[in-house]
Design a protein around this ligand. Structure first.
Ligand code: ARG
Length: 466
């Protein structure tokens, strides 16, 4: 009683009626998983070669399969391949076309394999490539920041805590703070890659296959570090996707913080930087406006990437072993995470080298808010006063400054000596912005000299990575 349409499915044998039209559309993944086509073909070619290596396929059969798959690859790249929803997913679309093209031999490709280990393999091959690209994009942005840090080592800006002026810092030092975060992000991706680069192929549906396959051979062909140890785990686990999305979420979280600084800095109230017009848009009603759309969008997109991470955790939670169709839902969040991250890193790397730094504005802002108060306290300590007492003395000086509208550096020596007799003429050296910044001259400090040596170290590190 098999009707015509059920027999067009590669799995149609045991079915007596054709799939409901809506169910067919509902269960299909071809609209989004066609993105995996080149990795799917790569995996199939390696599988066919392995089958020939262990004499399950003849050399001629293997050649015919590999040739057919290579032609299909070309067709897809040229946009000449017609994807069919009836054939559900990328795996069955390509296999069906192979059979159409090379005939009966094509039907042997799926020996000793299942779509379950196939899709897990495709996804790992895809993600491995994308991680490598993303690491390149991170490096590009890191290098741009290091270049700015080098150029702006002497540029003074106010450093903030609680978004209140804290101390004068080097703008270059601020750039290196973002670079340091991206460096850890790069390490996280590299670490994640180790767990991505394990091969599920050979796990078949869930428990391996009765054919004498050589998994080490296939793993070598595909550049995997090793075949997966446990087959049930290999076909069902998606923790490598979750881990990647967690690392991606941290990167986007960093970029959202960075975005927030750029948005504040480019506001009229701060006026520390000017974003080039080509990275901004205007308002349809307020003619004076120039909006920092790029950082705002990146800040917004961070929410969507974290959302994908949560989707994937919820997708995986409570799934029994082994493969479940739930896992088809892993792809869209992963693909969108990769695209969003790639776009965000690219736009940042394009934009950062061309931001205009308003050096006078930054220095003027650093002059506000008694940013050298800690320097005065440290000065008193060097004159033998205990830090707690020094803190108290400077607090009183600041109080006077607030009442009279004067910065510490604008007070007379007499005024300052009113707070402590140990204060001498040389106090004015430590009350300048340059003096304050240059004084923090140890590894990790904000002194321009330290910024320059951190720049040199970062350059070396980025270069060694290539
Ligand atoms: N399209 C499926 C997915 O993305 C491929 C694996 C299907 N396996 C199955 N037994 N139905 O997960």
């Amino acid at each position: 009683m098999t009707d015509d349409s059920s027999s067009t499915k590669p799995w149609g044998g045991r079915f007596t009626e054709s799939t409901d039209a809506f169910v067919e559309a509902f269960t299909a993944s071809i609209d989004f998983d066609q993105r995996l086509f080149s990795h799917d073909i790569k995996g199939s070619i390696a599988h066919a070669r392995m089958l020939a290596h262990v004499n399950i396929l003849t050399r001629a059969e293997c050649d015919s399969i590999v040739g057919g798959l290579e032609e299909i690859h070309v067709d897809i790249e040229r946009g000449e391949f017609v994807w069919s929803t009836e054939l559900e997913d990328v795996h069955m679309n390509i296999e069906a076309r192979l059979i159409e093209r090379i005939g009966e031999t094509g039907k042997k490709l799926h020996t000793g394999r299942s779509r379950n280990d196939q899709v897990a393999t495709d996804l790992r091959l895809y993600l491995r490539d994308e991680i490598d690209r993303l690491c390149g994009a991170l490096t590009r942005l890191q290098s741009a920041l290091v270049d700015i840090a080098d150029r702006e080592a002497d540029t003074i800006m106010p450093g903030f805590t609680h978004l209140q002026v804290a101390m004068p810092i080097s703008f270059g030092d601020d750039m290196l703070a973002w670079e340091a975060m991206l460096e850890r992000d790069h390490q996280r991706l590299q670490d994640c890659r180790k767990r991505v680069n394990i091969m599920p192929l050979g796990a078949a549906a869930l428990a391996g296959t009765s054919f004498p396959i050589d998994r080490e051979y296939t793993a070598r062909l595909l550049g995997f570090d090793a075949p997966a140890g446990n087959s049930l785990d290999a076909v069902s686990d998606r923790d490598f996707v979750i881990e990647f999305c967690a690392a991606a979420s941290v990167i986007m979280m960093h970029l959202s913080r960075f975005s927030e600084e750029l948005i504040l800095w480019s506001s009229a109230q701060f006026n520390f930087i000017e974003l080039p017009d080509r990275f901004c848009t205007g308002s349809s009603i307020m003619p004076q406006k120039k909006n920092p759309d790029v950082p705002e969008l990146v800040r917004g997109k961070s929410g969507r990437v974290v959302g994908h991470l949560l989707s994937l955790l919820m997708l995986m939670k409570s799934q029994p072993l082994a493969y479940n169709k739930d896992n088809q839902e892993d792809k869209e969040p992963l693909f969108d995470t990769v695209d969003t991250l790639k776009g965000s890193l690219r736009v940042f790397a394009d934009m950062m080298p061309v931001i205009e730094v308003q050096r006078e504005q930054m220095a003027a802002a650093a002059q506000q808010g008694f940013s050298t108060a800690t320097d005065l306290a440290d000065y008193l300590v060097r004159r033998g006063i205990a830090f707690r007492d020094a803190h108290e003395i400077v607090g009183r000086a600041v109080r006077l400054g607030i009442d009279t509208g004067k910065d510490l550096s604008e007070m007379t020596l007499d005024e300052l000596q009113g707070f402590s007799a140990v204060i001498g003429e040389d106090v004015f050296d430590v009350l300048t912005l340059q003096g304050s910044m240059a004084a923090r001259n140890h590894q990790g400090g904000t002194a321009p000299e330290q910024v320059r040596s951190a720049v040199a170290a970062a350059r070396q590190r980025l270069q060694d990575r290539q």
